[in-house]
Ligand binder design. Structure first.
Ligand code: PMH
Length: 381
């Protein structure tokens, strides 16, 4: 199944995605729907493959950020309900309607504008309430009441759900979270007897407060096996299984003499005679220059990246000569050593969410199922 011709690839363990969905499902009250959040190409993992794994494991719906992402899934044959959580241009609502894609109604003005385009179409909506995230959504009860009555009086709109999003669900201190939750409860009074989907929980909320999630959750980061934050790791009720790993190979090796220099800017100087390997991954793959100096794994040992990371290549300092083709693991495990997504995030002073998202689609994704390669996605060919 070789359909890529470079020695760098990401592995996506679909068994781990399935296990992470199944484990959450066990925590939730029966009949709670799981919406798998597969925006940004499933946080860099691969939208269709992750969606199918999640659906197989018990998710019943998908959520994305943009209409294009939902259309891409439809084009690939996905038929389950998909919610676009971001803003869609009112002039594009007919495209959503034609493709049975549910949209987010986030203001009265949006409803009014969208309604103008829906002459012969019906579109399903989830109303977004802004309870403190300050991003999208209706904040005031007056606008909420007016928006609901606008929906009631316009047959082109079908109310399918109502939701909000928390700003601090992954923090130990739950005061702000509770404030948002209470505001949501108050606003929900206007949805009594409407029989719609009610959802507020991201991964952190689903894992910490599984009995307070109404009838659906939006499961993102932890479906990929990553904790929403390091603060609440102790509150995660099961072992998350990381799905993403990143690998390359040594394509060139040489011995450089003490005092010789490596890469752009000649910033690295060999302190002794050293074995230097060249690895074909660089900042255009998302392995950005700030990772210079960090470790990779070779034959189960940590070795450092030396000199500046180039656009497509980087150099590593080896302890001894290695055969060409030796595997280099940038994220993942070799023998008893592991470089986790969290380790890379820490090094970059960012959150784990950013790490798989930043690995560009020039890096082919290899999907593993039952320990063997199910499929490879090479976006270039
Ligand atoms: N719902 C909404 C509206 C979201 O924006 C996100 C993630 C999720 C659910 C899933 O959250 P989880 O991955 O923590 O489970 N959104 C983002 C974001 O906009 N930036 O980082 C994560």
């Amino acid at each position: 199944m070789q359909n890529f011709y470079r020695d760098t690839w990401a592995e996506i363990n679909l068994d781990h995605i399935e296990a992470n969905v199944q484990s959450l499902k066990k925590q939730l009250p029966p009949n709670t729907e799981i919406m798998a959040v597969v925006k940004a190409n499933a946080y860099g993992h691969g939208d269709l493959e992750v969606a199918n794994a999640a659906l197989k494991a018990g998710a019943t719906r998908l959520a994305v950020a943009f209409l294009d992402e939902a259309l891409a899934l439809r084009k690939k044959g996905v038929t389950v309900p998909i919610l676009v959580m971001g803003a869609v241009r009112p002039s594009d609502v007919t495209i959503a309607a034609e493709n049975h894609i549910s949209l987010t109604a986030y203001s009265k003005e949006w409803l009014k504008q969208a309604g103008k385009y829906l002459l012969h179409h019906e579109v399903s909506l989830h109303m977004k309430l802004d309870t403190g995230m300050g991003r999208l959504g209706i904040r005031e009860e007056e606008e909420l009441v007016e928006s609901l009555s606008f929906i009631d009086t316009h047959a082109c709109f079908q109310l399918e759900g109502v939701f909000t999003h928390f700003a601090t669900a992954d923090e130990k201190d739950t005061a702000y979270f509770k404030g948002q939750y209470d505001r949501f409860l108050t606003m929900l009074k206007h949805f009594e007897h409407k029989g719609v989907l009610i959802h507020c929980a991201n991964s952190a909320t689903s894992l910490r407060f599984p009995n307070d999630v109404f009838n659906a959750v939006r499961y993102g980061i932890s479906m990929y096996g990553l904790p929403p934050s390091l603060d609440i790791v102790d509150e995660i009720p099961f072992k998350l299984k990381e799905a993403f790993s990143l690998h390359s190979s040594i394509v060139h090796i040489k011995k450089v003499k003490k005092g010789e220099k490596i890469s752009y800017g000649a910033t690295y100087t060999a302190s002794e005679d050293e074995w230097i390997g060249t690895v074909p991954i660089g900042y255009a793959d998302g392995w950005i220059r700030r990772l210079s100096g960090s470790d990779v794994l070779v034959d189960g040992e940590r070795v450092p990246i030396v000199g500046r990371i180039c656009m497509d290549q980087m150099m590593i300092k080896l302890k001894e000569e290695k055969p060409l083709g030796t595997k280099v693991t940038l994220i993942g495990s070799q023998k008893d050593q592991t470089i986790s997504v969290n380790e890379v995030a820490k090094r970059l002073e960012t959150i784990n969410y950013e790490v798989p998202c930043m690995i560009s689609w020039r890096v082919p994704r290899m999907f593993l199922k039952n320990g063997s390669i199910m499929e490879v996605r090479n976006s270039l060919l």
